[in-house]
Write a new protein. Structure first.
Length: 486
């Protein structure tokens, strides 16, 4: 049972997190990585509007096809769509659910750290600093599957450590389930499942587990994980077929130079780690924890060594994926957060247990300032004047939607993402980018059912593919034209 003081502090942190995002809840999708946000939200909307089959996630940029597009396992989108059947569909509901998943991640992290350190204050400090990292301050409120996978991983760590202490088979099964589902949603989280496997073999090596119990645990893990591993293999195979740079990693980056590669790594260590993954003030506690961990590495338990191996595997993941991540995809680093905040907790423990009284006050000050640091670092990402795409689409999308007949297929762009325009237009059909729309391509789309062209291409470019009469008849919304191509 939580102590009353602990409960009050946790609830206060949650209330503060909600209050700091009050203006964000009703906002439509804008900001950094709005591409991924609209992709996720489109799948949610189509589960609600078209087909609730979890194996049929659909996108709007589908041409005249079904739109079924399998990447991450869409459990989060399916759950939110299920909530829509109670509340009605709304981005507000999506943001509320994302906030809930973020808060649950914080609570699972607290539970894990409280078990590990047997200290309410250490666990509280680390959990609060976690939810107020710049990364969680921003991504904790946007529809991104990584947040849900991170929450499941935090739950898995809580169950894993409980299994470590109590040896209950149900906790082991729960741990495997959490980690494999997280991996189905976002593949890099599978490294925590690998860490659990290493843990079992460490315990066998230390003669804590018998060979029989080790084989039993391995068989259970294999049985539970196999469906998820099949899903992951299928997705990676399909991504490889379309030459996705995430699958190819460093080996598919033809234009990569050693200087550029080292520049990425320097950015991750010098900028991303202190500025986004921890926040500049929490980074102080992280460094303290890092020194403490480095001094004690030879005394690590089987659990500690397993987490060290997970960390090493995550670093290898970054070294492989750096060209695909470059400097923009900061959310790819979410799998590091459980490791980072385990180290932060070690740093917090040193300050909590210090006999020098002012050090405890320093920790309290750092925890208290972490929300402010997160706000100043990330709140500007929600800027309606710079939504992350053509502002005219954001401002006029509801007016433009009135020109689209129900069920009509449209051609729209320029849209590098292929998700943003169909999401805001609430339309199915085709997208294009970089003005790469020719008269023959438009004619093909028209033959397949396209009724409208909605575009921000300049008039001079459009005259190469449209008659002057059609262009003159276009409805105009700033830089955007709605053109009947029937």
């Amino acid at each position: 049972m939580l102590q009353k003081r602990t409960l009050v502090i946790l609830i206060s942190a949650i209330v503060l997190f909600v209050l700091m995002h009050i203006r964000i809840f009703p906002l439509d999708l804008i900001g950094f990585h709005v591409w991924r946000q609209t992709q996720t939200q489109t799948v949610i909307d189509n589960f609600y509007e078209e087909d609730p089959n979890i194996l049929h996630p659909r996108i709007n940029a589908r041409g005249d096809g079904t739109g079924i597009y399998r990447t991450d396992f869409p459990l989060m989108q399916w759950i939110i769509a299920g909530v829509y059947h109670i509340t009605g569909d709304s981005v507000l509901v999506t943001r509320i659910m994302m906030c809930l998943f973020s808060v649950l991640g914080m609570l699972f992290l607290y539970g894990f750290l409280q078990q590990r350190f047997k200290s309410e204050n250490t666990a509280l400090a680390a959990a609060i600093m976690y939810v107020f990292t710049p990364m969680m301050y921003y991504y904790g409120m946007v529809p991104l599957v990584d947040v849900f996978a991170l929450m499941l991983t935090m739950a898995g760590l809580w169950l894993w450590y409980r299994f470590y202490e109590q040896q209950q088979l149900a906790d082991f099964i729960g741990t495997v389930l959490m980690f494999i589902i997280a991996a189905m949603i976002k593949t890099p989280f599978i490294l925590y499942l690998a860490g659990l496997g290493v843990f079992v073999f460490f315990r066998l090596y230390n003669k804590t587990y018998s060979l029989k119990s080790t084989i039993t645990y391995c068989l259970i893990a294999v049985v539970i994980s196999t469906p998820g591993l099949i899903w992951i293999y299928t997705v990676l195979r399909d991504m490889s077929d379309i030459n996705n740079p995430v699958v190819g990693g460093v080996f598919s980056a033809a234009a990569l130079t050693p200087g550029k590669y080292l520049g990425y790594l320097q950015f991750y260590v010098v900028s991303l780690l202190p500025g986004v993954l921890t926040g500049y003030i929490t980074f102080i506690v992280f460094v303290i924890g890092l020194f403490f961990v480095a001094k004690r590495v030879r005394k690590f338990t089987a659990f500690g060594m397993s987490m060290l191996i997970v960390c090493a595997l995550l670093i290898c993941y970054v070294l492989y994926e750096a060209p695909a991540m470059h400097t923009a995809h900061d959310y790819y680093f979410m799998p590091f957060l459980p490791i980072i905040f385990l180290v932060v907790a070690f740093g917090a423990q040193q300050l909590v247990q210090s006999h020098i009284h002012y050090r405890k006050h320093i920790l309290i000050l750092i925890v208290a300032l972490s929300p402010l640091i997160a706000f100043t670092r990330m709140d500007a990402r929600w800027n309606e004047n710079k939504p992350g795409f053509n502002k005219d689409l954001y401002v006029h999308h509801e007016e433009i939607q009135k020109y689209i007949p129900g069920g009509a297929l449209v051609v729209c762009g320029n849209d590098e993402s292929k998700y943003i325009w169909p999401y805001y237009l609430e339309a199915k059909g085709w997208t294009f980018k970089e003005n790469k729309l020719t008269d023959s391509l438009l004619q093909d789309y028209q033959n397949r059912g396209a009724q409208l062209l909605i575009t921000d291409m300049a008039d001079s470019s459009l005259l190469h593919i449209l008659s002057p009469e059609k262009l003159q008849a276009a409805a105009r919304f700033g830089t955007i034209k709605v053109i009947d191509v029937k």
